[in-house]
Design a protein around this ligand. Sequence first.
Ligand code: HEC
Ligand code: HEC
Length: 445
Amino acid sequence: MRKAFSPTLQTHAGQPVTFGSLMHPFHGRSAVGILLACLAVVGCETQYGPERTYGLRKDPVIKNGQKMMEERPLPDRPGQLPIASIKDLTEQEDSDHPFYRADSAKRKEFLVQDLVRDTGLISADDRKIMEETLEKLFGKPRDPKVAITDKDGNPDEKAAEGLQVDVTTLARGSVLYREHCLHCHGITGDGRGPTGKWVNPHPRDFRSGLFKFTTVNRVEKASLKASRGDLARTLRQGVEGTAMPSFNLLSEQNIQDLVSYVMHLSIRGETEVRTVLGAFDAAKMEMVDEDGLEEYINKASRSVVKAWKESQAAANAIQVPTMAFDPNDIANVEKLKESVQRGKKLFEDKKTNCNGCHVNYGRQAPYKADDWGTLSRPRNLTQGIFRGGRRDSDLYARIHSGIVGSGMNPFGKDLKSDEIWDLVNFVRVLPYPEMRKNVGIEIPE
Ligand code: HEC
Ligand code: HEC
């Protein structure tokens, strides 16, 4: 019989320690003492405390982020976030922040023009109703749920069917999120964890319900969100060229749990956003909806969940047709040349105006405000960095349905699928001078 493999280590005291005994860290010590020491250290717990709530958001709801800023050549400085409170917006005269830079009259104009909504103006009574209703629907960070009710206020088990947002899955997701995502994406998914302001682009604020790198057909239905597969792809691959890391080392189960938890945060956050935008008047933030605040919130939650459900339907995914020829087959090199050349023409054509945003193929594109009120920049396409993935089908999806929130509009309606493939082929060749030469296209140095 072979002896079981049992390596030993030497402790400082010279006592042998087997791996087996290392598995029992309390062995020979006071378990209670260690547990207490452990609780004293912040971050030792894997779960949120039972008292912790999501609470109501304090920052303004950004209603029309893309209109808030002029184009500018530089990103915001490390340590800056988009507007955090209306007070910052109106009082920080000489800050370097892009929002503060405008004269204060301009900032007040944001409020008058209803580009942002001041959540701080909501009355204490209404805040209480909002907080309680949201907690009834979505629970707390430790016990997250998506508990939708029907029109009569009864639990509607069917509402979120198929979204995998049951309490067991969400509880696991919450623990994983706390460990891996919290420091960037924040407890409520606001994108304002402690690391958030130091990375550019800033981590996604899930509360807006907008996701950039998806395969849902937004040409047909602009309200679609993201499929589970889209979110899982983002988690596995990360977002190239940004701080969003790849979590490919996590198990499939962990990834799925995290996807569910991101959906939970997004559904909760968007329900709140829709309420702030829809139930109150802009100037005074007084209730305008006749059915009452609680019912408004319930209605909003139903409609957000419905959009997420629709986003999972196969019929609502972008249908990516196969390219007319295989671009990787050397026999098709002439066809590829023609396709890339057509793609270049289209890219520079008024019809698409790709070059209008991606100025000089993106090498001189200015920063612009996006829907989150942060800065985004049309990609420099000569660098070959693709945040949403580099497969042909990824690029097809970007051009077909646009990049939500960033300002890049969908083209799937105006372009035929062959034209989109021409653009994909062009975009793929663009970063490589040798390949550009081989297919007979030139861009200025
Ligand atoms: C170091 C910071 C950081 C960490 C940690 C991090 N993210 Fe992100 N995440 C980002 C940034 C930055 C972006 C935005 C990229 C962009 O705008 O192009 C992002 C974007 C996303 C998106 C949006 C993708 C889309 O299509 O719009 C999702 C979903 C996401 N992260 C989920 C997670 C989850 C879940 C975790 C934990 C498992 C996590 N992130 C951990 C920084 C981080
Ligand atoms: C209205 C402005 C605008 C127009 C028009 C536009 N884009 Fe974009 N594009 C953007 C912005 C902004 C981004 C960066 C989005 C982000 O934040 O990730 C982008 C990103 C991209 C990306 C990178 C995708 C990735 O995964 O990183 C590609 C490829 C692209 N655009 C191709 C095109 C093509 C081809 C056209 C014309 C058919 C076009 N764009 C038209 C604004 C535009």
